[in-house]
Design a protein around this ligand. Structure first.
Ligand code: DX5
Ligand code: ZN
Length: 262
């Protein structure tokens, strides 16, 4: 088998496979001279770097943090290489629980320079985006299922100087997003039903991420894809492989099993 065919599938795996790739090449019949072997190893180095550049960002969700010490939770997100603080706002209407709102966001805003990724699981998001922007949100994501005029709302969020996000629950098909894709900076695909942390990821939602990524490639879209719910050390790679750019993780991150180094 030619060397190029041997190396391609391997370099798409994590860099801890690097030594394994090296050994295969050294003992391959095709590594006919030491010079040739060095050349092939250099190619793999380069490809591995390319792969790492595409690694998704981790946005830990405060929903699984100890609410009595949110400052410590924010520090933990910084220390464990989170790229954003995911803040799940629940109103007791769109989802059954009530979590936190603008005053809590305002009170932790000064603790970090990391972006605040505010996920509004609320009815009537249009009535709330201004106050969340003022409280310190950087990315504001509303649910397609809760917005009557999603196009107008996405444009309004951008007009506030914020990143606009739209989210879909597991039963909402990707096709319903098509007319919005040029108006948003991020599409948050819920990989569990919204409302609670610690649920099992729904595999069909990972296939939705793959469909959305294919649609983005086809249209030359610029939005990011975020995956939210059930992302842990067992599922993160499959979600990333499907095309997610941002992994939201609550219970796995705060239990210590998933970090930004995954
Ligand atoms: C669920 C929230 C998620 C949740 C993820 O409604 O939107 O952000 O915190 O929690 P895990 O990672 O535990 O599924
Ligand atoms: Zn969320």
């Amino acid at each position: 088998m030619p060397l190029r065919q041997v190396s391609c599938p391997l370099v798409s795996e994590a860099s801890d496979r690097y030594v394994q790739v090296f050994l295969i090449l050294r003992f391959s019949k095709h590594a006919i001279s030491p010079q040739n072997a060095v050349y092939n190893i250099r190619v793999i180095c380069y490809n591995t770097k390319q792969y790492n550049m595409k690694k998704p960002l981790l946005a830990p969700s405060l929903l699984s943090a100890d609410f009595s010490d949110l400052a410590a939770a924010v520090r933990q997100i910084e220390e464990k290489k989170g790229s954003a603080v995911h803040i799940d706002v629940m109103d007791g209407q769109f989802v059954p629980q009530i979590s936190y709102g603008q005053p809590v966001i305002r009170s932790i805003r000064g603790l970090t320079a990391l972006p605040f990724d505010v996920h509004l699981m609320v009815e009537r998001p249009d009535a709330m985006v201004d106050s969340f922007a003022e409280a310190g949100a950087d990315w504001i994501t509303f649910h397609l299922e809760a917005a009557t005029h999603a196009h107008r709302l996405a444009r309004h969020i951008r007009s506030l100087g914020k990143k606009a996000g739209v989210s879909v629950v597991p039963s909402t098909p990707v096709s319903l997003l098509e007319e919005l894709l040029d108006e948003v900076d991020v599409v948050l695909v819920m990989t569990v039903n919204p409302g609670f942390g610690g649920q099992e990821l729904i595999p069909a939602c990972v296939r939705k991420i793959a469909r959305l990524a294919a649609l983005r490639a086809e249209r030359g879209g610029r939005f990011l894809i975020s995956a939210d719910g059930g992302v842990n050390e067992r599922t993160a790679q499959a979600v990333a492989d499907a095309g997610a750019d941002i992994l939201v993780s609550g219970s796995a991150f705060f239990s210590g099993s998933l970090t930004g180094d995954f």
